[in-house]
Design a binder for this molecule. Structure first.
Ligand SMILES: [Zn+2]
Ligand SMILES: [Zn+2]
Ligand SMILES: [Zn+2]
Ligand SMILES: [Zn+2]
Length: 239
């Protein structure tokens, strides 16, 4: 890893005192702290990267910095003789790519291996006992586990034929919950007035008054952030 560059980034962290403040809903801009959340909460095989690295190494620190148009995440930790540095570049609010990494001061040819090792070790050490790591428990009673009822997808289990394990949330491994309120809509799930119907919920189509298909008659636009990346409307989950 280019240590000079890392040092420059760290300097930028320390020297950067003015961060874009959280603006009003709709105009909300993903902050550097939000990007750290993105990095920590990203799940690989059900395990959040934050849980895996915090478990594998001591003295972990997480940072995000802006460099021109690019935003980088930097994570480092460990003790002398067993330490690491990892640099990622964010490609979106919920996505990033690994750029660089070192292990005990040496540049790693494949830095993602460090993550994979940490994720695997976490999975081994934190298996959910309630479901034996499967992520699901009993077969669905409504469809007897087939996923189909009355010739269509079973409504009770969503067609999976089984219930997600409540103890581990279906991940098969015990993890932190990084679910958070959506800042773009302040947890309401609504992004203002539906532009198609102007908020009325209905519109004229070929001379007939029809329910607006974009908002299903509610007159309100759905927040695109938490509807796309959400666990339920108004909440964000990074996975
Ligand atoms: Zn079912
Ligand atoms: Zn479980
Ligand atoms: Zn509408
Ligand atoms: Zn939202």
């Amino acid at each position: 890893m280019n240590r000079k560059w890392i040092a420059a980034i760290l300097c930028a962290v320390l020297c950067l005192t003015l961060l874009p403040s959280a603006l009003a809903a709709q105009d909300y801009e993903w902050t550097l702290d939000d990007y750290i959340w993105t990095l920590q909460s990203k799940r690989v095989n059900g395990v959040p990267i934050g849980d895996a690295l915090n478990d594998a190494f001591s003295e972990i620190s997480w940072q995000a910095v802006q460099d021109g148009d690019d935003i980088y995440g930097y994570c480092s930790g460990g003790v002398p003789g067993d330490n690491f540095e990892l640099l990622v570049r964010f490609t979106g609010e919920f996505t990033f790519e690994i750029v660089d990494g070192t292990r005990n001061g040496e540049t790693m040819p494949n830095p993602s291996q460090l993550l994979l090792d940490a994720l695997g070790a976490y999975q081994q050490g934190h298996r959910c006992d309630a479901c034996a790591g499967l992520g699901y428990t009993d077969a669905c009673l409504n469809c007897a586990g087939t996923g189909f009822a009355f010739a269509s997808a079973c409504l009770a289990c969503g067609g999976s034929g089984r219930y997600a394990c409540r103890t581990c949330g279906g991940y098969g491994v015990m993890t932190s919950d990084y679910t958070r309120e959506c800042p773009f809509c302040e947890g309401t799930g609504v992004a203002g007035t539906c532009s198609t119907c102007g908020g009325g919920g209905y519109g004229m189509l070929s001379g007939t008054l029809m329910m607006c298909t974009d908002c299903l008659g509610s007159g309100e636009a759905v927040c695109p952030w938490c509807s796309a990346a959400g666990i339920k409307m108004g909440y964000l989950r990074n996975s």
